[in-house]
Design a protein around this ligand. Structure first.
Ligand code: F6R
Length: 248
């Protein structure tokens, strides 16, 4: 996978935000939509900060942008402190001019017997929008992309999954204790992610260095789902110095 290493996450995030902004501007000029796949967590926040800045200071408009988030805990109320709906509003949507109906985040309140049907609808909505132009990704210490934990198949689609123990540990502080982290989540599948025309995976900090080495240099395998990106024709990994430390 092509890899670009930056001095720090701020510089790297500005670079990513610029690529997104350039596409949006080009599409806006031709009155066309831009479809973005978005991630939550600590990794993309500086990209969102920069997109908000570009909106406020440089007139970047999101009126023609359609977004699909990767995942949401299940069950999860949208107004909960830890919901990804709330996260996205706080970090991005409340600060830009994107129309509400163009924002999609997996619904953590769908009744259990309707989840399969709901996930099919989410896939349909992505197709109806014309597919994802740019998909942003972080990477979990388990090697997950979205919440596609080890064992996820390359052709998996949006579905209800069980979170890995390590992922729940990493989320424990957000939930004030591991026992309060939901056991499940709805996530786009690996296949859904790989369908995006362009994929940008980011990772910062030394804690991610071992999994980044596996993801980029290791054999493609189910036990590290991020390795599936090696099969994508237009994926780039964006790193800071610390997360790139174990690359050979
Ligand atoms: C979030 C997501 C996850 C995170 C990953 C890294 O929507 O899909 O794959 O990107 O767990 O999380 P952070 O960025 O908090 O290290």
């Amino acid at each position: 996978v092509p890899t670009e290493i930056f001095e720090d996450s701020k510089k790297a995030s500005k670079h990513v935000a610029k690529e997104i902004a350039d596409l949006i501007r080009q599409r806006n000029k031709n009155d066309k939509n831009t479809v973005l796949g978005l991630a939550t967590g600590s990794t993309p926040t500086k990209v969102y900060d920069e997109l908000v800045r570009l909106h406020k200071e440089e007139g970047l408009s999101f009126k023609n942008v359609i977004t699909f988030n990767l995942d949401e805990y299940y069950p999860m109320e949208p107004d909960s402190l830890q919901s990804y709906v709330r996260f996205m509003k706080e970090h991005l949507f409340d600060h830009i001019d994107i129309p509400d109906e163009q924002v999609h985040i997996p619904d953590g309140t769908v009744e259990e017997d309707k989840v399969t049907e709901y996930c099919k609808l989410y896939e349909q909505q992505i197709r109806d929008a014309g597919g994802i132009d740019i998909q942003l990704l972080g990477i979990g210490r388990t090697g997950h992309i979205g919440f596609n934990e080890p064992g996820s198949r390359p052709d998996s689609r949006t579905r209800l999954i069980t979170l890995d123990r390590i992922t729940r540990k990493d989320a424990a502080s957000d939930f004030f204790g591991e026992e309060y982290v939901p056991r499940r989540a709805i996530t786009m599948g690996v296949g859904t992610i790989l369908d995006a025309r362009r994929v940008i995976m980011m990772a910062w900090g030394e804690g991610k260095a071992p999994v980044i080495q596996e993801a980029i240099e290791g054999p493609i395998r189910e036990s590290v789902p991020a390795t599936y990106l090696q099969n994508h024709t237009d994926a780039t990994v964006i790193l800071d110095d610390a997360s790139s430390a174990e690359l050979t």
